[in-house]
Design a protein around this ligand. Structure first.
Ligand code: ATP
Length: 475
């Protein structure tokens, strides 16, 4: 698979593929109706910017995280995993620069007191980072509250880190932060991992886990939440090889999304402008996705230079240099980071999987999810639930399949409706047990995409499903 878009072409010159089949409402309502994602604490009126993954959502999300882990850890001999704590020594966030500058520009309506992130206001989307820091920008641009048209305050910086208290007494000394990224856990463990795993450069540390940001204007479903998940990998390299590694990670990460079902026409690279780069970054390119609400970041790929290990070494007093036995040099490694979202990625796959078709005059909604991502790989359905032998055979088959894959049994409707239900949640294969099965020991396997049906001996069903899953994984 190749990357069709050249990362050096400015993003705005690339064609817009237009909206997806599924708009935001379609995905939000399907997610709720079919048990993928619910608003958090809904019976209490909900809590802004937190979402709960339902029975199918947790399967989808786990499958996405597992696919990432397979590509980033299991299949590579130069990357290892880590699961660092969400709470870290507060000094980590001082050294990383988060305490001083992990902030967004906040403006407030003087009339209704609603608060907005300046760069998300209508008419402010194109502001450069320099302009976003300009105290007169609201006036100069004539920006107004989008709801009340009221006057807006001058922007002030709002730190996005959540604070909490460690220990029984709420005192300043015990303030700790909920991590806003997983990356710092990998940096402070660089030496532990390198030494205990006897690693030579280049090597990477991968982490998947929760992060927290007190976003000023969360929204657009799971795109921007206050509690979310990240899939981040830090690749430690020789400084003179960082640019090459950076370039190599771009197509790899692009291809990962495409192989799992993202539509490449809805992806693009966007390089950060010089004034947009974080203070530590040498170069940053985002993989953006054309969400129903516009082009937005899906993943960031960053050349972070030696900022992270250099700063932690200086602040902690620990020597975080690497000794290269080949060249006999001591140096602080550079870091190339790939920072993806464990919520944005499944969201993207849901959007691209959704399609509506007309079959014999009826609407068929299909989630054409990659089989590896589908919550259930197979559904076992009895044609006649009144025949106990059919039900028994179907349940036995499901139990056997469930030892290897997520398999579900359903007899709560007629077969046509059962198929539609499985189509709508993305189950790639349905197995139907009918009267003939009792005589010939064979069942019908139906393919979600083609709706083709084939007769298969019961004892061959598991092999067939596992082979098709493996084939889908190979692409
Ligand atoms: P944005 O510009 O959208 O705020 P960011 O540049 O701050 O994102 P990073 O710090 O690079 O994001 O985080 C890496 C990834 O984590 C993002 O690409 C995204 O997929 C995910 N992510 C970051 N913030 C959130 C959030 N509030 N909700 C859901 N996912 C998030």
């Amino acid at each position: 698979m190749t990357t069709p878009l050249d990362p050096t072409v400015p993003a705005r010159e690339q064609p817009d593929p237009g909206p997806s089949v599924a708009n935001l409402e379609t995905i939000v309502s399907l997610s709720k109706r079919r048990g993928f994602i619910y608003p958090s604490s809904e019976i209490y009126g909900g809590i802004n910017a937190v979402w709960d993954y339902g029975p199918l959502g947790v399967e989808l999300k786990n499958n996405v995280k597992r696919a990432w882990w397979r590509a980033m850890v299991q299949e590579r001999d130069d990357i290892v995993g880590l699961d660092a704590g969400i709470l870290m020594a507060p000094q980590v966030w001082v050294t990383s620069g988060h305490v001083a500058s992990f902030s967004d520009p906040l403006v407030e309506c003087q009339t209704c007191h609603r608060r907005y992130r300046l760069d998300e206001l209508p008419g402010a989307e194109d502001l450069s980072q320099t302009e976003l820091r300009d105290p007169d920008i609201v006036e100069r641009r004539g920006l107004r509250c989008p709801v009340e048209a009221g006057q807006l305050s001058a922007p002030r910086r709002f730190n996005l880190m959540f604070k909490t208290y460690m220990g029984p007494v709420e005192e300043d000394a015990a303030v700790v932060y909920l991590r806003p990224e997983t990356a710092q856990g990998s940096y402070v463990n660089f030496k532990n991992v390198q030494q205990s795993m006897r690693r030579k450069l280049p090597f990477g540390i991968a982490q998947v886990g929760k992060s927290f940001r007190n976003e000023i204007s969360p929204g657009n479903f799971v795109f921007r939440m206050r509690e979310f998940e990240q899939m981040e990998m830090q690749f430690f390299v020789r400084p003179d090889e960082a640019a090459r590694h950076f370039d190599e990670w771009l197509p790899r990460r692009w291809d990962w999304y495409v192989a799992l079902g993202a539509n490449p026409a809805r992806l693009r690279f966007r390089e950060h402008a010089a004034d947009e780069l974080a203070h530590y970054a040498k170069k940053a390119i985002d993989i953006e996705y054309r969400f129903p609400f516009g082009w937005k970041e899906l993943e960031g790929i960053h050349n972070r230079g030696d900022f992270d290990l250099g700063s932690h070494a200086r602040a902690s007093g620990e020597n975080l240099e690497y000794f290269d036995p080949a060249t006999e040099e001591h140096f602080v490694p550079f870091i190339v980071e790939t920072a993806a979202g464990g919520d944005r990625a499944p969201f993207t796959f849901l959007i691209d999987a959704y399609r509506e078709e007309e079959v014999r005059g009826e609407k068929r909604v299909v989630l054409g999810l990659h089989p590896e991502l589908a919550p259930y790989k197979v559904a076992v359905l009895p044609l006649l639930k009144k025949r106990p032998e059919i039900v028994e055979l179907a349940k036995r088959l499901r139990a056997d399949l469930a030892k290897d894959v997520m398999a579900v049994y359903d007899d709560t409707a007629a077969i046509g409706k059962l198929y539609r239900r499985q189509d709508e949640i993305g189950t790639p294969w349905c197995v139907t047990v009918d009267v003939e099965s009792l005589e010939d020991g064979a069942v019908t396997v139906r393919d979600r995409n083609s709706m083709a049906q084939e007769r298969v001996p019961v004892e061959g069903v598991k092999r067939l499903i596992l082979d098709r899953l493996a084939a889908a994984r190979e692409g």
